[in-house]
Design a binder for this molecule. Sequence first.
Ligand code: OGA
Ligand code: NI
Length: 353
Amino acid sequence: MAAYWPEPIVSVQALSQTGVTTVPSRYVKPFHQRPVLNSSQPDAEIEIPVLDMSNVWGKPEGLRLVRSACEEWGFFQMVNHGVDHALMDKVRAAWREFFELPLDEKRKYANSPDTYEGYGSRLGVVKGAKLDWSDYFFLNYLPSSIRNPSKWPSQPPKIRELIEEYGEEVRKLCERLVETLSESLGLEPNRLMKAFGGEDKVGASLRTNYYPKCPQPHLTLGLSSHSDPGGITILFPDEKVAGLQVRRGDGWVTVKSVPNALVVNMGDQIQILSNGIYKSVEHQVIVNPGMERVSLAFFYNPRCDIPIGPVQELLTESRPALYKPIRFDEYRLLIRQKGPSGKNQVDALLSSR
Ligand code: OGA
Ligand code: NI
């Protein structure tokens, strides 16, 4: 993997703070990728499902709701998810403070494309690629053996403890969700976790996204359209600023986040394991001229060194395996080189039949 970025890195936050009134051409997307920002679209009133998790855990009716959300949307919002709201507020506030530090301080954690860990402003190493209007901080969380404390921010003072506390709560939520997804597919409760390689061997990482104000939001995206490569993603969206859009047919639905909710979406590995019953749905982020936006994405992934393919029990004569097994570390490499780009990766695994 490349050790260096192909071009000098520009902090989008710093660029935005200079008061630029036009978006530099390296952020201007081709016409067909630009967002549709006025909501006179017919789908404007449609929303992703909101599930009260206290009515879901272990309840047959709840499992049906999970199934239909995952088949139809690949996304749902969770309320009563069990993660402490005060802790959520604190960890987000700490990340906001981190991004408000002087650039020199943040640059101490500057990342490189070999691991992506640390503070960065681009995904993918293709020279001349159009870039997204965002900065981020990426860190590895699980297995704990790959944690690298020197890559974690040390300011503001409490941030490391908060990341760890939040990470533990979200990890527990993910374990519960993987069990629920398994049951909702009609499998033994522990079947999917077994396919993930077991609780002690799964991978997880946290990416905090910072989307600065943008003078011409119709020309660019905060995060290009992509599907998440891993298992499941727990997104803690900004409490005040919308931005996440989920693919719906040919259009996009902007998520209206419910206070204190967490969003969960299926990644490519769930699409593969469920043999396409659950969809890893494309999503993107739009930006706006008035408010910066901060979101936390927790990626919960299968063990990276075992083959991941469709679960045997889900295969039938009329629905044989759609995907060839692949290890998650191999799969991730394909994506890291290119950066976010629609849903071509998982489709490339479709076995030719
Ligand atoms: C991601 C992602 C959405 C958001 O980090 O993969 O899709 O709202 N983030 O920041
Ligand atoms: Ni995503």
